[in-house]
Design a protein around this ligand. Structure first.
Ligand code: HEC
Ligand code: HEC
Ligand code: HEC
Ligand code: HEC
Ligand code: HEC
Length: 363
């Protein structure tokens, strides 16, 4: 079976790795085998995931997608296959999750500098550099600025289409204003990289690189009195304006996110003149709400029904709405940045729709 074959390959590679680390003891073999098991059970080792099978009907992963969706594509991107570093030269293999060899080549170990879709370049990324390549998203606030330029804020422009930041955009959120993953409203300041405590301040300090899981027990040494990471909170402002600050910072972000959705729906119906609805699992996410009931059946959440009455104001808010939706760990990665993006999107929509901003605090 494919799994067993992969496991054998991994174990051969393991012995090589163990050899190069200089510890060939049986105990190490055991811990390495456990590492392989952990990886196979992780999303990076999931052969059945949409992320690694999406292109099976085409037989290859295209150049634009290979760097993050195929181990050979990532090797190509790093230049570990002898090709130019920083770009993918050829289509890559399907059914190739992110295996040991993706992150354990000389090129991957040496990688320290990563550029983002905005053009921003970060250095000193250490062992988190590999994570940063794939978890940075594919768009930036600048793409939104460019798309809407020259169009009146509330003018419906049939040329406009939804811009999707992509998925698992943790690195874009963590680095905040430094990499401009969100749409930044003019004359507003945005939080740069979230500086957490030194022991939990990088991707690999929190996430085990092989399971991708976070050992959340370690969090409660400092964050006392809670048993769930989502209940963590160190600041006590009412950021979503609901009068309730008893939940974690996660609850403030999800509360504000829900308010932004209501505002997007109100604006679309009243100002753009076409009701809108969001379908979480269906590209391109925003659809025409034909019967105006606020829901859409999955068979209707298809390309021909995609929302097509975008105004610049609506597109900016929808872009930020999706940035927040596509980093479910954003409340840990950079809570201030997400609250600012949501606050400013809501405030901008309030220029044309009836939204009471008075109780909502901007951090
Ligand atoms: C910069 C890295 C990167 C590139 C380039 C990239 N993706 Fe992704 N993509 C990701 C990551 C990371 C995820 C998984 C996020 C998660 O599950 O947390 C993902 C997930 C997906 C998914 C699954 C979405 C879902 O809802 O489960 C699809 C489909 C997808 N990408 C399509 C594409 C296509 C098509 C391309 C090329 C046009 C592409 N990707 C290029 C990083 C990338
Ligand atoms: C997504 C990237 C990634 C993948 C895939 C990956 N590793 Fe790692 N691995 C790392 C990183 C990053 C470190 C270093 C952790 C640190 O320095 O904090 C590491 C460390 C190690 C170490 C050193 C011991 C340790 O626990 O720190 C070994 C051995 C290892 N990996 C083996 C493997 C094997 C075998 C596989 C495949 C089953 C694998 N890795 C897959 C990123 C990866
Ligand atoms: C070559 C690209 C690539 C690299 C390198 C990479 N990832 Fe991923 N990561 C992905 C993709 C693609 C997925 C989605 C896999 C799936 O859907 O099964 C993913 C999934 C995840 C998930 C789970 C998301 C979910 O939806 O449950 C976490 C957490 C994660 N990665 C963290 C990391 C960390 C930490 C590192 C660095 C040690 C890293 N990734 C390196 C591409 C990558
Ligand atoms: C302070 C610790 C911490 C740091 C630093 C951190 N993460 Fe996370 N991350 C978490 C926690 C905790 C979650 C889970 C949140 C939840 O499920 O409520 C998470 C969630 C994620 C997810 C989404 C998993 C899912 O269920 O969809 C991805 C992907 C991810 N992190 C990748 C990264 C990457 C890449 C980096 C570095 C740029 C990073 N994280 C930095 C703690 C951290
Ligand atoms: C050594 C102590 C320490 C550890 C360990 C620690 N944190 Fe923190 N955490 C802090 C401090 C201090 C802050 C306040 C940082 C700031 O806002 O500048 C904070 C802030 C946060 C916030 C933002 C809260 C808010 O209201 O904005 C979240 C979320 C968080 N930590 C999650 C985690 C998670 C998840 C872990 C475990 C992976 C963790 N922390 C581990 C000390 C710690």
């Amino acid at each position: 079976m494919l799994f067993n074959k992969m496991k054998q390959t991994a174990i051969v590679l393991l012995s090589v790795l163990a050899g190069s680390i200089g510890s060939a003891a049986a105990q190490d073999d055991e811990s390495l085998a456990a590492m392989v098991e952990a990886w196979l059970a992780s999303p990076h080792g999931d052969y059945h995931s949409h992320s690694f099978t999406y292109w099976n009907k085409d037989g290859e992963v295209p150049v634009a997608c290979g760097a993050c969706h195929s181990e050979p594509g990532f090797l190509d991107f790093l230049g570990a296959d002898g090709s130019a570093p920083g770009s993918v030269e050829s289509p890559s293999a399907i059914n190739s999750p992110i295996g040991c060899a993706a992150c354990h080549t000389g090129a991957a170990h040496a990688l320290d500098i990563v550029s983002f879709p905005s053009g921003a370049v970060l250095d000193n990324l250490g062992s988190s550099a590999v994570c940063t390549v794939c978890h940075q998203g594919r768009q930036s606030g600048g793409a939104v600025t460019k798309a809407v330029s020259g169009t009146g804020e509330d003018t419906v422009d049939p040329e406009l289409a939804f811009i999707n930041v992509h998925y698992g955009v943790a690195a874009a959120v963590m680095h905040g204003a430094d990499v401009q993953g969100g749409y930044h409203y003019p004359d507003r300041n945005y939080a740069s990289r979230f500086q957490h405590v030194p022991s939990a301040n990088t991707c690999t300090a929190c996430h085990d690189p092989h399971t991708t899981q976070v050992a959340t027990e370690t969090c409660f040494a400092c964050h006392r009195g809670v048993e769930d990471v989502r209940a963590i909170r160190t600041r006590h402002g009412d950021f979503d304006g609901d009068g309730d600050i008893s939940g974690g910072i996660h609850a403030e972000i999800s509360g504000l996110h829900a308010r932004l959705y209501d505002a997007i729906r109100a604006y679309a119906a009243e100002i753009a003149g076409e009701p809108i609805v969001y379908a979480p699992g269906s590209f391109p996410y925003f659809f025409a709400d034909i019967d105006g009931d606020g829901s859409i059946a999955s068979e209707d959440a298809v390309m021909p029904n995609r929302y097509a009455s975008w105004t610049p104001r609506l597109l900016k808010a929808a872009y930020n709405y999706q940035v927040v939706a596509k980093d479910p760990g954003g409340y840990v990665h950079n809570p201030t940045y997400l609250l600012q993006l949501l606050h400013d999107s809501l405030e901008n929509l309030s220029a044309r729709t009836d939204i009471d901003m008075t109780a909502i605090r901007r951090p």
